[in-house]
Write a protein that binds this ligand. Structure first.
Ligand code: KIV
Length: 279
């Protein structure tokens, strides 16, 4: 594991950023080389999201993702990170049984994988009690309201939440309940921007938006969406800053052409015996 640096991002830093009106930069990562780049660039929060199920494991949704898969990927990320706050995402059914099992699963992110906090979807009464119990067990928790992808079978499809007054009221109340339960930040996913602005103004802890407009205290995107290396449906809120899929496709095609033509490997990419070395 890489040695942590003195300037590492902590939860108090995130609260200070909100107080100063300084935006928090967050992204997902699921592997060592990506985490290295994100950390080097100065991203504040790296979330090992259960989105990894769809983005890098090829599942249809996040439901099949297991604790062991989350721990495996979180370990790869924390091995790379010196500065950013790494957060592990509680996958579906890791917190739906007993309080004891929930705390035990959450603690694996800290003890085994080296993360500094966990994220959990939802703000039901039972979820709030679990969050209080995790905070009591010294596990920092990030909340997540609005569109919660683990509810896919209830929702039918991923869609904007909180467009209607009653649902907007519930999302706002949920975010405030999460704050009272002890979370250090809340993800607001796929909600109207004026609702995100209202919630952000009411909260002491930072809001991190994804598809929630510009008024949140920070922003998060799925890294693979940002760099154009994801397949399938791309939501309206994603801004693509690169087209890695095309870049990789072109490189692999060139390699295949070179192999077929016998032009790779050439002399400079081959080893030689001492006696055969060129002068
Ligand atoms: O799983 C994930 O990556 C997430 C973010 C998109 C917020 O929950």
């Amino acid at each position: 594991m890489v040695e942590p640096t003195l300037g590492a991002v902590t939860i108090p830093h995130l609260l200070e950023k909100k107080a100063r009106g300084e935006k928090i930069v967050a992204l997902t990562a699921y592997d060592f080389p990506t985490a290295l780049v994100l950390d080097e660039v100065g991203v504040d929060i790296i979330l090992v999201g259960d989105s990894l199920g769809m983005v890098v494991l090829g599942y249809e949704n996040t439901i099949p993702v297991t604790m062991d898969e989350m721990i495996h990927h979180t370990k790869a990320v924390t091995r790379a990170v010196r500065r950013a706050l790494v957060i592990g995402d509680m996958p579906y059914f890791s917190f739906h049984q007993t309080e004891q099992l929930t705390i035990s699963n959450a603690s694996r992110f800290l003890k085994e994988a080296g993360a500094k906090a966990i994220k959990i979807e939802g703000a039901s009464r039972r979820r709030l009690k679990l969050i209080e119990a995790m905070v009591e067990a010294e596990i920092p928790v990030m909340g997540h309201v609005g569109l919660t992808p683990q509810s896919i079978h209830h929702l039918g499809r991923f869609k904007v939440r909180g467009k209607e007054t009653e649902e907007a009221r519930k999302i706002c109340a949920g975010a405030q309940d999460l704050e009272r339960a002890g979370v250090f930040a809340v993800i607001l996913e796929c909600i109207p921007q004026d609702l995100a602005r209202r919630i952000t103004a009411k909260m002491r802890v930072p809001t991190i938006g994804i598809g929630a407009g510009p008024h949140c205290d920070g922003q998060i995107l799925v890294f693979h969406d940002l760099v154009g290396y994801s397949t399938g449906y791309i939501p309206k809120f994603v801004k693509r800053y690169a087209d890695l899929q095309a870049v990789i496709g072109r490189a692999v095609k060139k390699y295949a052409d070179d192999v077929k033509a016998g032009t790779f490997p050439d002399d400079t990419h081959s080893f030689h015996r001492k006696s055969q070395r060129k002068q």
